[in-house]
Design a protein around this ligand. Structure first.
Ligand SMILES: [Zn+2]
Length: 305
């Protein structure tokens, strides 16, 4: 997209795998950051943010939701810059008690670094960032407590993992939670479709202006999942395991069936939607990732390509 379509006071640090994008919004000598990346990238995130700040002060850090690739740099950024941390109201308690299961850390075998939030952001709150007024809107689906931020004046949206150019984040409530993720995502996408929008800054991938196309793709993906939950489970298993593989680079093939049977996300997704024996699940997953070019087999290991 023409990045120039974004207001000048907004800078997107587009990240690769593992880390969500970091969005910096400048107000004079101060700045606000939305989302902080994955914990193993925290030093890189601090360096990127420091460079982009160019001497300005990072006053505030706001998270769209609680997943590891969005909150992993919180502790390091607060140490480096002394910023106040704001989390969605729905996760404030989870963060305070550092419930690693509710944060999906143990659930998906991911890492995080504990931090303390200073304040909660609730749906309906108005924030000033980048010289613009933003409204926090509820965006359940991928994460039932997620928020997105809409600027009516700039006709823009910071969407987190509620809407990407091609799809949206895993509907964890369906795969491992108590359900309701599909309906919630439908409601969220309908609400986004009613906003006046010229551009979207997603949690992953480049900012885009093809808002109608992105919404159409997201609605189509929802219908594809609604028709057959196994598609949703396979997608979730593939995406989460790709994340693990990129973090660890290589895993042993012989231990993969046990691993998939032990980590709750894979175990539950398989139990609810696929019903495969551990060996069959591992065999399918390895074939999928190899065929997609994401991974290759090497002397008893499966390694990220
Ligand atoms: Zn997420």
């Amino acid at each position: 997209m023409g990045r120039s379509l974004l207001p000048a006071a907004i800078q997107v640090l587009e990240r690769g795998w593992l880390s969500a994008n970091n969005v910096l919004l400048f107000d004079g000598t101060e700045a606000t950051l939305v989302d902080s990346g994955y914990v193993t990238h925290a030093a890189q995130t601090v360096a990127l943010v420091r460079e982009a700040l160019a001497g300005r002060r990072l006053a505030d850090l706001i998270n769209t939701h609680s997943h590891s690739d969005h909150i992993g740099g919180n502790a390091a950024l607060q140490r480096a810059f002394g910023c106040r941390i704001h989390v969605p109201e729905g996760i404030a308690q989870t963060v305070e008690t550092w419930d690693e299961e509710a944060l999906l850390l143990t659930t998906a075998a991911q890492q995080g670094e504990r931090f303390a939030a200073d304040q909660a952001v609730a749906a309906g709150d108005r924030l000033v960032m980048g010289g613009l007024e933003w409204l926090a809107l509820p965006a359940p689906g991928h994460d039932m407590d997620a928020l997105v931020f809409h600027s009516p004046d700039a006709r823009g949206l910071i969407s987190g993992d509620a809407l990407w150019r091609e799809g949206f984040g895993i509907l964890f409530a369906e795969v491992i939670g108590s359900g309701g993720g599909l309906e919630a995502a439908q409601t969220t996408l309908e609400a986004i479709a009613r906003l006046s929008l010229d551009w979207v800054i997603p949690g992953h991938g480049a900012p885009f202006v093809e808002v109608d196309e992105a919404l159409a793709a997201a609605f189509a993906r929802l219908r594809y999942f609604e028709e057959d939950g196994a598609r949703m489970a396979r997608n979730a298993i593939r995406a989460c395991f790709t994340f693990v593989l990129l973090e660890q680079r290589c895993v042993t093939l012989y231990s993969l069936p046990d691993y998939l049977a032990e980590v709750p996300l894979y175990r539950e997704a398989n139990r609810r939607f696929l019903g495969l024996a551990p060996d069959a699940l591992a065999g399918w997953l390895v074939d999928e990732l190899v065929r997609a070019g994401v991974a290759h087999r090497r002397q008893g290991f499966l390694c990220a390509t």
